[in-house]
Design a protein around this ligand. Structure first.
Ligand code: GDP
Ligand code: MG
Length: 292
């Protein structure tokens, strides 16, 4: 028997990563107010006394603009196959639009039960919540409908319990203390990318990637980490470094602080800014950076 799997799907920015983090109680997926910062499928493993489930966070389904976009779309669809539950997340502050209908059509072809999770209810009135639930329930026969606030943790426990009730029983597969099977390296690169996104102007973020060059721990337990921060243009490199290196310094300091918390160890972090033109349309480069 395999360990039960739950897929999170939904338009960019509805709060998938925030929900995953709320369930896992630890930072796994990165969150950002800019859409599509989650590029890879991130797995978290939830374990309590008698149940276990793997979570798959999907990159947002959207109309692809370049090759990377196409790969992201494909991954989102693949991740819905062979799962036990699909959580379809929607944002209460947005109207049911084309993007949601697009996803609902894709859901109709899936065999797993689909839960409608209406997020960000902290932003709205009960009336509006009720209206939205009604609107969506006309589009698809959802197995469960749950209003939540991922950010405030409201109803997250209820959601977890409902999932457990709907999961096929399976033996414990991963050890108790393994919260996530995501390689630490990947999490580290995501943290650096998140800090870069937060510290940069709008024109740069979508064109950056992080590549871990080295990550090792010495006898004293200190990690030495070197990463390439890859951008598309020489002008972007200048922005990333900033006047007297101020921006890069800020990225490095905030990333290091968070990585130290995550690894529970001292960290030396070196960031090299590199320009690789058009990396988002370069297959070889995408492969190198871990996008299959
Ligand atoms: P994703 O693209 O679906 O993974 O969305 P994120 O998890 O990155 O969240 C996008 C934005 O929505 C972030 O700024 C979050 O802080 C915000 N957000 C997520 N959940 C909630 C919520 O329950 N309430 C409110 N008000 N904001 C939320
Ligand atoms: Mg996300």
């Amino acid at each position: 028997m395999k360990i039960p799997t739950v897929a999170l799907v939904g338009r960019p920015n509805v709060g998938k990563s925030t929900l995953l983090n709320a369930i896992m109680g630890r930072k796994i997926a990165i969150t950002s107010d800019k859409p599509q910062t989650t590029r890879n499928i991130i797995q978290g493993i939830y374990t309590d006394n008698d149940s276990q489930m793997i979570f798959i966070d999907t990159p947002g389904i959207h109309k692809p603009k370049n090759r990377l976009g196409k790969i992201l779309n494909k991954e989102a669809y693949i991740s819905m196959d062979d799962v036990d539950i699909i959580l379809f997340l929607v944002d209460i502050t947005e109207n049911l639009g084309k993007g949601d209908k697009f996803i609902i059509e894709a859901l109709k072809a899936q065999k797993a039960p689909v839960f409608l999770v209406v997020n960000k209810v902290d932003e709205n009135t009960h009336e509006r919540v009720a209206k939205t639930l009604h609107m969506y329930s006309k589009e698809y026969d959802f197995k469960e409908i749950i209003p939540i606030s991922a950010l405030r943790g409201k109803n997250v426990d209820t959601l977890v319990n409902l999932m457990i009730q709907n999961l096929p029983e399976g033996p414990q597969f991963y050890p108790e203390d393994m919260i996530t099977d995501v390689q630490e390296r990947f999490i580290v690169s995501e943290i650096v990318r998140e800090k870069a996104l937060r510290n940069l102007r709008d024109e740069v973020p979508h064109g950056i990637a992080v590549d871990i060059i080295q990550m090792k721990q010495n006898e004293k337990g200190t990690y030495h980490i070197e990463v390439d921060l890859i951008c598309e243009k020489t002008s972007h490199k200048g922005i990333i470094i900033g006047k007297n290196g101020a921006v890069l310094k800020k990225i490095g300091e905030t990333a290091r602080y968070e990585i130290e918390k995550l690894l529970n160890a001292k960290v030396n972090l070196k960031i090299w800014v590199k320009v690789r033109k058009e990396w988002r349309d370069n297959n070889l480069l995408l492969k190198e950076l871990g996008y299959k």
